[in-house]
Ligand binder design. Structure first.
Ligand SMILES: [Zn+2]
Length: 136
């Protein structure tokens, strides 16, 4: 008895380890925060933006607004006027990820932020969902 093409395909798929289908573990790096005088520096700012796959300028704009502080990106670091604890910085970055990285439908981080004129859309590459996000 010979197997049909479909049966062969089924068997082939069964032999692929399940892990192949799971996306890589997503982790937000801990912010390396340094407070000197009245300034707060996130030393690994660029690394965080890269890890969550977002433009440093977009993340920076969000943090400046949420912290209500002046500041700017300097090389791989972000510098803010004012004192902000690591707990506060980590919390704001976590909220940014929830709002601008994770898919609203499936919760996966495999998304792209697309800008159409003044409207930002979060497009999920895992499930195809598109949701609008607020401008910052
Ligand atoms: Zn999704």
């Amino acid at each position: 008895m010979t197997e049909s093409y479909e049966q062969l395909l089924d068997h082939a798929l069964e032999q692929i380890p399940k892990a192949v289908f799971e996306s890589a573990r997503f982790q937000i790096p801990d912010a390396e925060v340094e407070i000197t005088g009245n300034r707060t520096t996130i030393r690994n700012f660029k690394g965080i933006a890269t890890a969550i796959n977002r433009e440093p300028s977009h993340l920076m704009k969000y943090l400046l607004r949420e912290l209500g502080a002046a500041g700017g990106v300097q090389g791989v670091q972000a510098v803010f006027q004012g004192k902000f604890s690591k707990a506060i910085v980590d919390e704001r970055i976590r909220r940014y990820v929830e709002e601008f990285v994770l898919c609203r439908e499936c919760g996966k981080p495999d998304t792209k932020l697309e800008r159409r004129e003044r409207i930002y859309m979060l497009r999920c590459e895992a499930c195809g969902a598109r949701t609008s996000v607020r401008g910052i």
